[in-house]
Design a protein around this ligand. Structure first.
Ligand SMILES: NC(=O)c1ccc[n+]([C@@H]2O[C@H](COP(=O)([O-])OP(=O)(O)OC[C@H]3O[C@@H](n4cnc5c(N)ncnc54)[C@H](OP(=O)(O)O)[C@@H]3O)[C@@H](O)[C@H]2O)c1
Length: 296
């Protein structure tokens, strides 16, 4: 399974008023180590972005707090002027400390500044989709009111600076509460073969036609490792990462994938997962991988 595939071979889904390929790309890995500072090889980073778009990716996930500013600037340098069909999704609500820490940035002033930073660094007049990244607990969803921040974002939307608003790192209750304030275009939470706490939320969003964008689809900073995954991959003559992506693609039609990589070789490998069909016995083996504690 190393052939080059077009992103749309995995199918498309309606997102932000566009039809996007279900296999997209997450730009976080393009910043320097620890998502802080510039990459060692900016030319290589720009090459990954250009190859993604050349292979049909039309959904790129980013944030101005990656670097900070670095991934957005690389996206602009590599891809501006943007193709009409390219949906760039960014997120706000956090900032980086001088020590590379991830800190909340939820005040009205910080949110407005973040939107202007994204517009400037991406070279855009309006942002297609802005996810509000909840920071009550940096490591996972935690209850807390998003009302004030969403009201600020709704105001920016009315001023024409944002087209669509999404949520990230949120609980099902926060999603329901948010939908009473403003239309929610997507939810971006951690979800993968081994981390399935959002199963019910995914199904509820699928019924509403709302995209769910799993972050860390390959396990994030520590890519997924499991004997069952390796065995299935060997049987299907695919790589474990391709199997992990194919499992997500079959999980629900509203799952839009944004695997991250700093490597053109890995990018091509990941997009080739669009061609991978998982037979019933492989699905059964993969379904057994979930971490029972996190999924509870
Ligand atoms: N909303 C949020 O709070 C949040 C949090 C985290 C991430 N995100 C978004 O989600 C996107 C995806 O998450 P992620 O990039 O952190 O994690 P990921 O996609 O789960 O995994 C990325 C890691 O897997 C490696 N990798 C990728 N393809 C591979 C392959 N074919 N073979 C072997 N290793 C491979 C990458 O290394 P190489 O560079 O060497 O390929 C990198 O270390 C991010 O880019 C970002 O846009 C959002």
């Amino acid at each position: 399974m190393t052939t080059i595939a077009k992103a749309a071979q995995a199918g498309t889904y309606s997102f932000g008023g566009r039809s996007v390929a279900r296999l997209g790309y997450g730009a976080m890995q393009l910043a320097g180590p620890g998502v802080f500072g510039p990459p060692r090889d900016p030319d290589a980073a720009r090459a990954v972005l250009r190859e993604a778009v050349a292979l049909g990716v039309n959904h790129i996930d980013t944030s101005d707090f990656y670097g900070p500013h670095v991934t957005n600037q690389l996206i602009r340098e590599a891809l501006h002027p943007y193709r009409d069909d390219l949906l760039i999704v960014t997120k706000i609500g956090a900032r980086r400390g001088a020590d590379a820490s991830w800190l909340p940035a939820f005040s009205k002033t910080e949110l407005e500044q973040a939107v202007h930073d994204n517009l400037r660094n991406l070279g855009l007049d309006v942002l297609d989709v802005v996810n509000l990244r909840a920071m009550f607990d940096v490591h996972g969803p935690a209850e807390g009111s998003l009302e004030e921040a969403l009201t600020t974002l709704a105001g920016l939307r009315q001023r024409g600076l944002i087209r669509h608003i999404g949520l990230s790192n949120v609980t099902p209750r926060q999603v329901a509460d948010a939908q009473r304030i403003v239309p929610i275009a997507c939810v971006q939470n951690q979800y993968n073969l081994a981390h399935r706490g959002d199963d019910a939320l995914i199904d509820s969003l699928a019924e509403q036609g709302i995209p769910y964008v799993p972050f860390f689809p390959l396990g994030g900073f520590t890519p997924l490792q499991s004997d069952a995954l390796s065995t299935v991959a060997a049987q299907l003559e695919a790589t474990p990462m391709q199997v992990a992506l194919a499992w997500l693609l079959q999980r629900a039609p509203n799952l839009l994938l944004i695997p991250g990589t700093s490597s053109v070789t890995h990018l091509r490998e990941n997009l080739a997962a669009a061609d991978l069909a998982l037979p019933a016995d492989a699905l059964a083996a993969l379904d057994g991988i979930a971490d029972p504690i996190r999924a509870a």
